[in-house]
Design a protein around this ligand. Sequence first.
Ligand code: NAD
Length: 425
Amino acid sequence: MRIAVFGAGYVGLVTGACLADLGHDVAVRDVVTEKIDALRQGEVPIHEEGLHELIERNRDRLTFTTEVDEAVRGAEVVYVAVGTPPTYSGDADLSAVWTVVDELPHVDHRIVIAMKSTVPVGTGRTVRHRLDDRGLANVGYVSNPEFTAEGTAVHDFMHPDRIVIGAFDEADGDVVGRLHDGIEAPVVRCDVSSAEMIKLAANAALVTRISFINEIANVCEATGADVVTVAEGIGLDRRIGPAFLRAGIGYGGSCFPKDSLALKQLAANSGYSFQLLNAVIEVNELQKRRVIGKLERRLGPLRGKRIALLGLAFKPGTDDMREAPSLVLAGRLLSEGAEVRAWDPVADGALLLHGVEVAGSALEALDGADAAVVVTEWPEVRDLDWAEAGSRMRHRLVVDGRNLLDGARLRALGFAYEGIGRPIE
Ligand SMILES: NC(=O)c1ccc[n+]([C@@H]2O[C@H](COP(=O)([O-])OP(=O)(O)OC[C@H]3O[C@@H](n4cnc5c(N)ncnc54)[C@H](O)[C@@H]3O)[C@@H](O)[C@H]2O)c1
């Protein structure tokens, strides 16, 4: 089939490349000329495992354009993968989605809009009305939410846990279903609103687990239990399962914070106070800040202390720093008067962190530091030469915000080591 994908970001590029790999002809459209120029020259503007190779392999079936007409010409399906960031009120900003809908040209064959962007429940209905108002009754609408995780997105797209297709018209849903031929996964066919809610509810369930285990970790700290052992013990219960039970300094990224806020706001706008989700969000905000207390207990007031942040991306395997805990941590440390030096193997902190010195290597970040804080569980941080690191630091103190390192080994090297929810020596 011929497909248009609107948005050459984390989701749009992976969707476009994977659909091309399944044998479809794909035109990816973005409004940012530099992105499209780079893609045409074979450069991939984001860090995502396997994406570069996939785009290279499917060059013949992939085109990149800034032109709407060129993208939509001959397309049977138009994927929407534009950003839906939060507004000040917490609602999702749908302006980019409306631009796509309003710019869609009149065509004489049937096309289907497939929504990959995460949108509030009810968006599909509003888009349907808008299309009808524009006289575009030959344009179908399907909600086909995306569940891929950055860092493993290509693999996740090709091996999903499920494919969700919510349609107003069965035939439109069938078209989007056929696009996925070659992918083995259960398909959930449903109405548009339910598909929209499946995406928001899935992310809400995941953040609830994260805040749950983080609160268990905080109670472990207060009572002397070890959250890593506790998580293993509860994860073996088949009714609970082991995933998403890693305590740490909270979730971040471009999806979890925004989608949980959007669902909370969606509920509130409909007259319902989603109390559990309110608590989940608040727990996460507090969790990011707990590192400050740990540092103060060891170092006293942080004014003038040099703190090294190891990892800036919101998780390993990506260069994405949107809503990363590192940003909140850096901001809090700076406001306490600490000097902050940070390092990440791929994320470019210089773009986002005012007042933070960005180091060229982990060891450089640790030179003369009073403490190291593990912010992102990069293998490069785990495999660092910690003996060498210790010899460079002013104080051998590690606050491990991801329970990534072997505490016993670090203590043997003379470090004071503190994880999250683990017994403190
Ligand atoms: N990032 C993820 O892992 C992930 C996973 C699941 C769902 N989502 C959802 O997918 C959507 C996209 O997320 P993302 O991370 O890829 O965002 P992104 O910011 O990386 O990419 C969005 C792209 O859309 C482009 N754009 C804006 N207006 C446009 C227009 N009118 N036409 C064409 N392109 C336009 C932007 O320039 C940008 O390149 C969001 O709704 C997000 O919540 C993201």
